[in-house]
Every structure is written in structure tokens, then in C-alpha cells.
Design a protein around this ligand. Sequence first.
Ligand SMILES: Nc1ncnc2c1ncn2[C@@H]1O[C@H](COP(=O)(O)OP(=O)(O)OP(=O)(O)O)[C@@H](O)[C@H]1O
Length: 257
Amino acid sequence: MVLEVKNITKRFGGITALKNISFTIQQGEIYGLIGPNGAGKTTMFNCITNIVEPTEGEIFFNGEKITKLKPYKITEKGICRTYQNIRLFPQMTALQNVMVGGHSRISAGVFRSVIRTKSQKQEEKLLKEKSEELLELVGLGQLKDQFAENLAYGQQRRLEIARALASNPTLLLLDEPAAGMNETETDNLFDLIKKIQSMGITVLIIEHDMSLVMRLCDRITVLNFGEKLAEGTPDEIQNNEAVIEAYLGKEEEETIA
Ligand SMILES: Nc1ncnc2c1ncn2[C@@H]1O[C@H](COP(=O)(O)OP(=O)(O)OP(=O)(O)O)[C@@H](O)[C@H]1O
């Protein structure tokens, strides 16, 4: 088991964003977290990465409790994420953006930052090579010297994924990676996430594009008003009455409207 979310509750003042949520993710799975707006999905990501501290409950990563660890420690342990709103450095190149993601892995120190030792130069060289490989992986190899702000929206989203991969995660959290993408971009994203899975990386994804979620995920948890409505395979979720009523049915109505 890679991740165990155990009885997580998160309250913001009077709002209970998550109510006693539990689920587990196995090594190598692509696991989906879905639900209507405000259901608590991003709050769950924020609890896993300890951007917000859960009010109650515990989270274990590879059997180790991570609930109280600092976010950078959680990254070091191997959990990395992208954000719903793109958070790139717009006036840095694609390559520089990915290299920034990898810097958390490079050992630093006051002395070492003043005097660039041979080994440090070697580390930088390796980081650059690895970042270039990651840009190839996400299909941006030709665009490595472009400023992030000049990339198309779908390309920026893929760049964010490359940056998250630069810190060598074993669990990758993707927050609405297909938001704003057209059909071709979404298909490319599907291939990319499958490739990431084949590299042995476990994926937890929040996504509103139901066709993508149902094709991509091995298992899914559905949240609704902070509560766990259902958990199962895409087939089970699509045929679950409560889910259809609270979420999937509405999505269809919205699409028709
Ligand atoms: N930092 C915060 N302070 C106060 N309330 C918050 C905070 N973060 C989230 N909430 C509230 O918690 C609830 C769940 O929000 P959350 O963003 O987790 O939902 P979501 O499922 O990710 O929604 P969406 O699909 O719209 O991104 C909402 O009512 C939201 O207003």
C-alpha cells in the first residue's frame, strides 16, 4: 500500500470540508478523486501534502505517518503535486522551470552555494540532462528554451507535470490536469499519465473530465459535500445510483444544457 488516508476530517471554521474520509491506494494504481465543485477534493490534496493540517485523522505514506511533516519533507519522501491553477515561473524557460523542480533534490549549503565545487557542477549537469529527458517525456523537448508564458495552455499543464516529476516522486498528485484542454490535448494527457504509470509511479488524480477519468483510473473515490459517497472501479462508479444522482447525472444535464 502506497497511501493510506485514515479518517481524515478537515474543518475551516464552521465549514466541514472533509468528513471522516478513508481510502487506500496501491502501488502502481491510477486513482481518481471526483465529485462536484466544493466537494473537498483539493482540500484532500492539501491535507496529503500538509498545506493544510487535517483537523482529525492520519495519513500514511509507504507505512510511515506523514500527517505532521512539513510540506517539503513530504516532497522529499516522494509525494509531488501539480495545482489546479498553473503555477509556473512565466519568465523562465521551460527547461529552467523543470530544473527548479529538481533543485529540492540537490544538496545545498552556505559554503556550497558560494563555491561551486566540481561535484556541484556535476550535479547541475545531471539535473539539466534529467530535466531535458522529462521535457521529452511530456512532449516539450523542442520547446525547452521557450519562456513558459509563451507556451500554449495544454503545454503549460504538461510542463507542470514535468516539473513535478523532476523531484522523483513515487506518488504524483494531479489536480485537474485536463482543465481547459481540447480533445487532442486530453488524449495526449491520457497517454502521458499512462506512461508515468508504466514508469512505476503511482498517480492520484482530481479531474472533472469524466470520459478521461473513466478511461484512465483503476479505482475512484467520489466525494460529495465532504463525505465519501462511493468507492470502486470506473464501472462500479458509473452504475452507482447515489453517484448518478449526486454527480454524474448532473454532469450529463450540464453537458446537454
Ligand atoms: N483555506 C480555506 N479556508 C476556508 N474554506 C476553505 C478553504 N479551502 C477550502 N475551503 C472550503 O472547503 C470546501 C471544499 O473545497 P475544495 O476546494 O476542497 O473543493 P473541490 O472539491 O476541490 O472543489 P473544485 O472542484 O471546485 O475545485 C469548500 O466549501 C471551500 O469553500
